[in-house]
Write a protein that binds this ligand. Structure first.
Ligand code: ATP
Length: 315
């Protein structure tokens, strides 16, 4: 039985060695916010199921193979014979600025529907995790996100929502409407500093504290704000708690947010304190920024303590 169910679009993530416009060598990995979280949780020993649509093509087979190899349950994946698996191309401009180009319109992943998820939801996971990327993909995916959150809520499954606003997929006004609805259905809302105002009741840029209060009033238990190199802050009914980021040499910041979420949810599953939930989140965030790749460098459970000894050689 899976402790966590997550769903969304997973794609081939093709990383250029230099600038895309110069061509040259590229390497393929797997990209997708929710599957990144699934891999992070699986590495920490949790049982986690990922549901999404993959094309019946070589990139789809690659995605399935990678998720299986990472120990993520893929038995509920839907194979779509009519649409291709999506792609994203990444080029790194400087260490903490990467640029993505999407080739995902009309992809298999974007055709996700609630019917695709329903059987996995019936298996009663403890946590349902999804992101604000899914509602931007298509009308059916957007409906699936709302219905999944509503169903999970009715059944007492903890709902975790990472805002993950993607400016390349939709504009802020459309996003704000859909994302606030989804946030209101969640128990745990995770947002970056520059996303939190999307969840305010008015379209104007609302102050952080006001948005946090509004989310609490709508029943959200934990509101977590990720602050990059400054760490993360959680606001709960029992008070606020801040955890500084762990200082590591930064190689590539892509995937830091998903890593943080995996760490936070892992500690939720372990019934840890708020302080430890944040600490595990920033620890995974530090692993993610310290190496290239969205999820490749995420730790196994017995490696969690490695990062505090960064700079030394373990003999
Ligand atoms: P992304 O969209 O790039 O995945 P995000 O905006 O969702 O990231 P961030 O706040 O950038 O999320 O990063 C998540 C967490 O990762 C932070 O709360 C922090 O703990 C850790 N982190 C991010 N950047 C750094 C850094 N430069 N050094 C150490 N830890 C970092």
């Amino acid at each position: 039985k899976a402790q966590v169910l997550t769903f969304g679009e997973t794609m081939g993530s093709i990383r250029a060695a230099g600038l895309l416009r110069h061509g040259g060598a590229m390497s393929m990995s797997l990209g997708g916010a929710e599957s990144n979280v699934a891999i992070g949780l699986a590495r920490l020993g949790h049982s986690v199921r990922w549901v999404g649509r993959l094309g019946k093509d070589e990139v789809g087979k690659f995605a399935l193979r990678t998720l299986c190899a990472e120990g993520v349950l893929t038995d509920a994946v839907v194979h779509d014979a009519h649409r291709p698996t999506g792609l994203m191309l990444l080029e790194k401009r400087i260490a903490d600025v990467s640029r993505a180009a999407y080739y995902r319109a009309g992809s298999a992943g974007s055709a996700l529907s609630f019917e695709d998820l329903a059987p996995a939801l019936d298996a009663e996971p403890s946590i349902l995790h999804f992101t604000g990327i899914t509602p931007a993909l298509s009308a059916s995916a957007s409906k699936a996100a709302v219905q999944a959150a509503e169903t999970a809520r009715e059944r007492g499954i903890t709902v975790s929502f990472d805002v993950n606003y993607r400016a390349k997929l939709w504009d802020r006004e459309d996003a704000a409407d859909a994302l606030s609805v989804l946030a209101g259905l969640a128990d745990i809302v995770i947002a970056s500093e520059d996303e939190i105002d999307l969840l305010g009741s008015s379209s104007a840029h609302a102050p952080e504290a006001e948005v946090v209060d509004g989310l609490h009033a709508r029943g959200v238990r934990d509101v977590i704000i990720k602050r990059g190199a400054e760490g993360a802050t959680a606001y709960t009914a029992d008070g606020a708690c801040h955890c500084d980021a762990i200082k590591v040499p930064v190689v590539d910041t892509v995937g830091a947010g998903d890593a943080f979420t995996a760490g936070y949810l892992s500690a939720v599953l372990d019934w840890e304190t708020l302080e430890e939930r944040l600490h595990r989140g920033v620890t995974l965030g530090a692993f993610a920024v310290a190496a290239t790749g969205d999820w490749e460098n995420l730790p196994a459970r017995n490696e969690l303590s490695l990062i505090s000894s960064a700079g030394t050689t373990i003999r």
